[in-house]
Design a protein around this ligand. Structure first.
Ligand code: NAD
Length: 266
């Protein structure tokens, strides 16, 4: 049976855990060959690659720090070497270094910005260059598709996390400006803004019953999200089914951005 992403190649950064892992699984199930970038957990990335190949798919695990231009270049070289090119790039890597504003170190500010914002700049710049180099392919209506992993914190302020919120607020205008610039070449750039998804990055927010109850008050839909929820959104945004969707942030958040605190008139 024909699948939505048959004969396409997808690169997912930060694919050894959490959302990246779920997105990679979903894209592979939709027929794409996947390049699984990891930063440090080679074992998890290799295990996922084996799992995908055992199920009849194609996968390659590649180590790279997305904040390092030379490593991003080598990651794209590895992509070309194994699969000739790439059609879909999901710039997903990200981290948090939380602290009260006055105590936040310059190091923690720069670490978050260099991974979450500069990392997406370097990854998507290499993607645009690769799409242009190889030209159109019959596998998709677009020349290439880019998905930036944003967050509800591209619009919801977050005390105690100014570095993270600044990086995701930055992604909002980064994505839109890039989408505007490359849309005439039929490169589609969009974001996914997840709400609370059960992954290692936010274990403190769902790891105990008390924390979970508090978190659920912020989610009108009444459940924490799973990586699979984001994976399914990514499949759609990467496929021709969303061919007219350009420069949009798709919120996948169980209604978190509906300001549930105002549900009873505040
Ligand atoms: P996670 O910690 O499981 O995954 C983050 C991944 O990024 C890890 O695999 C990590 O190795 C990788 N990474 C970190 N620094 C890197 C670097 N320099 N180079 C390459 N890879 C690097 O957390 P997650 O929740 O899966 O987060 C994935 C993305 O989703 C992040 O951008 C995060 O901001 C975003 N997000 C998550 C949530 C959530 O609720 N979990 C909500 C909104 C947005």
């Amino acid at each position: 049976m024909e699948k939505l992403l048959d004969n396409q190649v997808a690169l997912i950064t930060g694919a050894s855990s959490g959302i990246g892992y779920g997105v990679a699984q979903a894209l592979a199930q939709a027929g794409a060959a996947v390049v699984l970038n990891y930063h440090s957990n080679a074992e998890a990335a290799e295990k996922l690659a084996e799992e995908i190949e055992r199920a009849g798919g194609f996968a390659l695990a590649v180590k790279a720090d997305v904040s390092d231009p030379a490593q991003v270049d080598s990651m794209f070289d590895a992509c070309r070497k194994r699969f000739d090119t790439v059609d879909i790039v999901v710039a997903n890597s990200g981290l948090q270094k939380d602290s009260a504003f006055a105590e936040m170190t310059l190091e923690d500010w720069q670490k978050v910005l260099s991974t979450n914002l500069t990392g997406q700049f370097l990854t998507t710049q290499a993607a645009v260059k690769e799409f242009r180099r190889r030209g159109p392919r019959a596998v998709s209506k677009a020349l290439g598709k880019i998905i930036c992993m944003s967050s509800v914190h591209e619009v919801i302020p977050w005390a105690g996390h100014v570095n993270y919120a600044a990086s995701k607020g930055g992604i909002q205008m980064f994505m839109k400006s890039l989408a505007q610039e490359v849309a005439p070449e039929r490169i589609r750039v969009n974001s996914i803004a997840p709400g609370a998804i059960r992954t290692p990055i936010n274990k403190d927010a769902w790891g105990t019953q008390e924390a979970l109850d508090k978190l659920l008050k912020l989610i009108p839909y009444g459940r924490v999200g799973e990586a699979e929820d984001i994976g399914q959104a990514a499949v759609w945004l990467a496929s021709d089914q969303s061919d007219y969707v350009v420069g949009t942030t798709l919120f996948v958040d169980g209604g978190m951005t509906l300001y549930p605190g105002f549900a009873d008139n505040g």
